[in-house]
Structure formats: structure tokens, C-alpha cells
Ligand binder design. Structure first.
Ligand SMILES: CC(C)(COP(=O)(O)OP(=O)(O)OC[C@H]1O[C@@H](n2cnc3c(N)ncnc32)[C@H](O)[C@@H]1OP(=O)(O)O)[C@@H](O)C(=O)NCCC(=O)NCCS
Length: 160
């Protein structure tokens, strides 16, 4: 009996450790999100476009398009959706190394796609750096087709 009890307790513990929920970003997530982006090698610009003010403004504008994945109070993943009224853009998909290959990025992207559809957007897109094989595989698996071209941008400053 004791053994059974211990076994089910461990199973319960394991399950709760594995349970990862996805919810909208709130200002209190800010530090954890920046840490996560830096840890996974995404170009965070906390003095510019990723300042607390700017990310909170984005989160407020499109209330549910900035998502964080959380387990046991720890932010372990992110995805930031933006749109221009025609196309939904999927940005900043990131998962901490210890939580990878469990379908979490797929869940985050799937949630954003659902929200884009609710907004009537029929095209979804993302920009992926050429050497980012993991991300390319992720989006291919989710049905995205590659478009080859060059990305041009114009910035007010390097932090923009
Ligand atoms: C890319 C990233 C978000 C994937 O997160 P993840 O939670 O491990 O992805 P998932 O578990 O949802 O993977 C779904 C599918 O994507 C593909 N995939 C994910 N990581 C992969 C890898 N390292 N190599 C090859 N394929 C990979 C696989 O097809 C995988 O399905 P499978 O596990 O059944 O084979 C994660 O590696 C990451 O945070 N990378 C650093 C940040 C980054 O580059 N973000 C993308 C910016 S565009």
C-alpha cells in the first residue's frame, strides 16, 4: 500500500511538473521573458523595441497575441503575434532548452494561428534566419511553405 501510494504520488508530482499552460503575457513576466530570449539566443533589445514600456504596449494592443508558456510559476516559452490587418506574423517563438521537443513551440504557434483566424486573417507568416534549422523544421511541420527572397528593413536606430 505504501509502495502504491508512493508510486501514485510520484506520478502526480511528475504530471504536475510536466503540465505547461499557455496564457497572455502580463507586465510581471517582463524580466523572465527578456532572460528567456537572451538565454535562447534571440536578439532582445531591452533598451529599444523590447523595453518594458514597448512590450507592455504591444501586449495591451493585441491583448491575447503575446503568449507565455508557464510551468510551476516559471516562464519557459513565448510567442508574440502581430498583424497588419491582412497577415498574421509569428515572432519570438522560444522555448527553454530543458522544455524542448515536447511540442510546446507547436502549441504556442497553434494558439496564435487560432487567434489570427478569429481575427479573420487568412495568411500567417514568420521570418526565420537561414541557419535556424530547428525553427524551419517546426514551421514546415506546421504546414508553412518557404518563400525565398531578401528581407529589407529600415530602422530608426540599432535598438529599434
Ligand atoms: C525552435 C524552437 C522554438 C522549437 O521549440 P520546441 O518546443 O522544441 O519545438 P516542438 O517540440 O514544438 O517541435 C515541433 C517540431 O519541430 C521540429 N523541430 C523542433 N526542434 C527541432 C530541432 N532541434 N531539429 C529538428 N527539428 C526540430 C520537429 O519536427 C518537431 O517535431 P518532433 O519533435 O515530433 O520531431 C526552440 O528550439 C527554440 O526556442 N529555439 C531558439 C529560439 C528560436 O530560434 N526561435 C525561432 C525564431 S524564428
Amino acid at each position: 500500500l505504501i509502495t502504491d501510494g508512493t508510486f501514485s504520488f510520484h506520478r502526480f508530482l511528475l504530471k504536475s511538473l510536466m503540465e505547461i499552460s499557455i496564457r497572455p503575457f502580463t507586465p510581471k513576466d517582463y524580466d523572465a521573458v527578456i532572460r528567456l530570449w537572451l538565454e535562447v539566443g534571440l536578439p532582445a533589445k531591452p533598451r529599444g523595441r523590447d523595453s518594458k514600456k514597448e512590450l507592455c504596449r504591444l501586449a495591451k494592443k493585441d491583448a491575447s497575441l503575446f503568449l507565455v508558456a508557464e510551468t510551476e510559476g516559471k516562464v519557459v516559452g513565448t510567442a508574440l503575434g502581430t498583424h497588419d490587418g491582412r497577415k498574421g506574423w509569428i515572432n519570438r517563438v522560444a522555448v527553454l532548452p530543458a522544455f524542448r521537443r515536447r511540442g510546446l513551440a507547436g502549441r504556442l504557434v497553434g494558439e496564435l494561428e487560432g487567434k489570427f483566424r478569429e481575427l479573420g486573417l487568412e495568411v500567417m507568416a514568420c521570418l526565420i534566419e537561414e541557419e535556424n534549422q530547428a525553427s524551419m523544421e517546426l514551421f514546415k511541420k506546421m504546414g508553412y511553405e518557404e518563400w525565398s527572397g531578401k528581407y529589407f528593413s529600415k530602422r530608426k536606430s540599432p535598438e529599434s
